[in-house]
Design a protein around this ligand. Structure first.
Ligand code: SP5
Ligand code: ZN
Length: 342
């Protein structure tokens, strides 16, 4: 399988995130894609190419202009305030507040656009986030050109980022940008299957009122797990999008038996939708040894997941999302791709 990767994805390297009340080293860091690349080369999965630069238009087709402008200028504004450490928001607009007004002060602006205190912005965040989006766009272009599958081995991840906010280690929604580009390339219907451990709140929100992109997500029940405020089974879409959003919240401790049942049902609904392209938000944090997650999938299940996806016989774009058991991340991610190829 063709892989798209950019060294620029290493440019985002946060120092610390707020976790259980303490600042701890960022789980989402460049060693993740290093491990994936190492494994891709070890098993000789296929060619690894650098992305093409698509400019800002496909990013702005998904994200609001004010948000994109903020991400571009955040680090300059932050350092202009005399700071040379990571930028983190600390106050969040709540119910009944004027949370639709953008403050002018940098601490207000970052709090307006940021969803949590676990996602630092650094000097290289914009460079890395746009490189990741270009990886997803290049993989999409290759699949539109006739490849059966392509893999964007990118970071930072994207599925928690919505049209106008970032968080959950995500800045630009790479998978949503890919799905939108697939539509622009002529696909009538796109299915976006999110198998990251966490609910893809950003992706769901972006496509919630649309029938041309079907969204399906298997994830830990938001009653007990991040992102907490979206991802319940009764979120089925709105307006023209009614019936095209499918959430499969699963309890902590979910093992392969329960996971496979939910995945099979999601795949059944994808078949019924008859998409021209499938985009997979490929998170590997469902792994039993993931340091921040609580599902129980063993490494030998990932090729089976890939095999199940391959049987759909739909041109497929894989976009890397989460997965923080770094030592096993390469084996698990590449395992899905090997299973897909059969
Ligand atoms: C792309 C992706 O996988 N993003 C995940 C973001 C998760 N951020 C919050 C992590 C909180 C981990 N703390 C564990 C607390 C257990 N109660
Ligand atoms: Zn995740």
């Amino acid at each position: 399988m063709l892989t798209v990767y950019s060294e620029d994805c290493r440019a985002h390297h946060g120092r610390a995130e707020l976790n259980e009340g303490q600042l701890v080293p960022c789980f989402e860091n460049p060693s993740r894609t290093d491990m994936v690349l190492e494994r891709l080369r070890a098993v000789d999965l296929g060619e690894i190419i650098a992305p093409r630069d698509f400019g800002e238009a496909p990013i702005r087709a998904v994200h609001d202009d004010g948000f994109v402008d903020f991400l571009k200028t955040c680090w300059a504004d932050w350092t202009a305030a005399g700071r040379d450490w990571d930028a983190i928001p600390f106050t969040f607009g709540k119910r009944g507040m004027r949370n639709d007004r953008v403050p002018t002060d940098i601490d207000g602006r970052i709090s307006y656009y940021g969803m949590d205190a676990g996602t630092p912005i650094t000097a290289g965040t914009w460079t890395a986030a746009t490189a990741a989006a270009n990886c997803a766009l290049t993989a999409t272009e290759q699949v539109a050109g006739g490849l059966r599958g392509a893999f964007a081995a990118c970071r930072p991840p994207g599925h928690h980022a919505a049209a106008d906010y970032y968080g959950g280690y995500c800045f630009l929604n790479n998978a949503a940008i890919a799905a939108q580009a697939a539509r622009a390339n002529g696909a009538q219907r796109v299915s976006l299957l999110d198998i990251d451990y966490h609910h893809g709140n950003g992706t769901q929100t972006i496509f919630y009122d649309r029938a041309d992109v079907q969204f399906l997500s298997l994830h830990a029940d938001p009653t007990v797990e991040y992102p907490y405020f979206l991802g319940h089974a009764d979120e089925t879409g709105t307006g023209e999008g009614e019936g095209f959003n499918h959430n499969f919240p699963l309890p902590w401790g979910t093992d392969w038996t329960a996971y496979e049942a939910a995945l099979s049902e999601a795949l059944r609904r994808i078949r019924g939708y008859r998409p021209d392209v499938l985009v997979v938000s490929l998170g590997l944090d469902t792994f039993e040894q993931d340091p921040i997650s609580k599902f129980k999938l063993a490494s030998d299940r990932y090729p089976v997941v890939g095999e199940m996806l391959g049987k759909l016989k739909i041109p497929t774009v894989f976009v890397l999302e989460g997965g923080y058991a770094v030592e096993a991340l390469g084996v698990n991610a590449v395992g899905v791709l090997q299973g897909f190829e059969g």
